[in-house]
Design a protein around this ligand. Structure first.
Ligand SMILES: *[C@@H]1O[C@H](CO)[C@@H](O)[C@H](O)[C@H]1NC(C)=O
Length: 331
């Protein structure tokens, strides 16, 4: 990509790297941020990898809901790994540069995975809607084929939008300055650095944003409204409270994800709003992948049981290994 684009830059001095300014300069602050994001990243990885292992290895979790949860966790692992490791390295070394190729790759992978996340969250809320409001038809509506189609559909939609966007951005000329005032290569901060005519590309978020965010968001909200109405009809108070607590926590996390994403893409790119946009980017880039396993999976009774089973097996296994030499000696 770099070679093709640098041919296009023949009128300008080609920029081969960008500088990601991140969160300011103060050294102590960088170390604090490093520790904070390191803890977040470790929690994110541990939680999500644990769930992928549970879903893949446990026969009790072979239903569409757990397939979706497993796929969501797998997505979160990739999603936070497109941004956080590079960010940690920058905090630690102070080297804020990123190659143009790396920057476009980050733009692509992050854009693609964020869109998949939008679609997947809405598909998951639809799955819960069918399970709770149409329980008799659940098995026919959510069969293995439909689950597969839904998952593939999420990825195809997201990937095609991102390929289109990034191929257009990579055609632009960048002739300096090369400082991106953000903590990752995002669309609009990158666009601002271009010296080409960006009037048509500027419209992309207004075309793709609604495709990416609006349908999944509406589907999610509608599903949850139907679910909550169904829950309010449950006669037992404890059952109602439990179901309501689970649903409202999903709804809060989903709203924060879509809400902050929308705010960042809607707010104009003025210098006063830029810091605000940076802060509003943190929830959907870094925090959602960390809290999703806690909210969706680790509160779930069945997942908790599986976790206990696996831990139990693990401890038994170690116990047997420890006792074995004694047993052998005695024998
Ligand atoms: C993703 O979903 C498919 C079902 O379509 C399932 O076979 C697969 O195990 C899931 N992946 C994970 C990591 O859970």
């Amino acid at each position: 990509m770099q070679i093709i684009t640098s041919e296009k830059w023949n009128n300008h001095t080609a920029i081969t790297e960008f500088i990601l300014l991140g969160f300011g300069e103060a050294h102590e602050f960088q170390i604090l941020l490093f520790l904070l994001f390191l803890v977040i990243y470790i929690l994110t990885m541990t939680g999500n990898i644990l769930i992928v292992i549970l879903v893949v290895s446990d026969q009790h979790l072979r239903t569409p809901m757990y397939y979706f949860l497993g796929n969501l966790s797998f997505l979160e692992v990739c999603y936070s790994s497109t941004i956080v490791p590079k960010m940690l390295a920058r905090f630690l070394t102070g080297d804020k540069s990123i190659s143009a190729w790396g920057c476009f790759m980050q733009l692509f992978s992050f854009g693609c995975l964020a869109s998949v996340e939008c679609y997947l969250l809405s598909v998951m809320s639809f799955d819960r809607y069918v399970a709770i409001c149409k329980p008799l038809h659940y098995a026919t509506i959510m069969n293995g084929k439909v689950v597969l189609y839904l998952l593939v559909g999420c990825w195809l939609c997201a990937a095609s939008i991102s390929v289109l966007t990034v191929s257009m951005v990579s055609q632009l000329s960048f002739c300096g300055p090369k400082e991106i005032d953000h903590f990752f290569c995002d669309f609009s901060p990158l666009l601002q650095l271009s010296c080409s005519d960006i009037s048509h590309i500027k419209l992309l978020p207004f075309i793709f944003g609604p495709i990416d965010i609006l349908p999944p968001f509406i589907l999610t909200i509608t599903s949850y409204v139907c679910i909550i109405t169904a829950i309010l009809r449950i006669s037992s108070t404890t059952g109602r409270q439990k179901a309501f607590a689970a649903c409202s926590s999903h709804l809060i996390v989903v709203s924060i994800f879509y809400g902050t994403l929308t705010i960042v893409y809607i707010l104009p790119n003025t210098s006063t709003l830029r810091e605000l946009k940076k802060v509003f980017s943190v929830p959907y880039t870094v925090l959602t992948p960390m809290v999703n396993p806690l909210i969706y999976s680790l509160r779930n009774e069945e997942v908790k049981k599986c976790l206990k089973r696996i831990l139990h097996r693990f401890i038994c296994f170690n116990e047997i290994k420890r006792l074995n030499p004694l047993l052998l000696r005695r024998g």
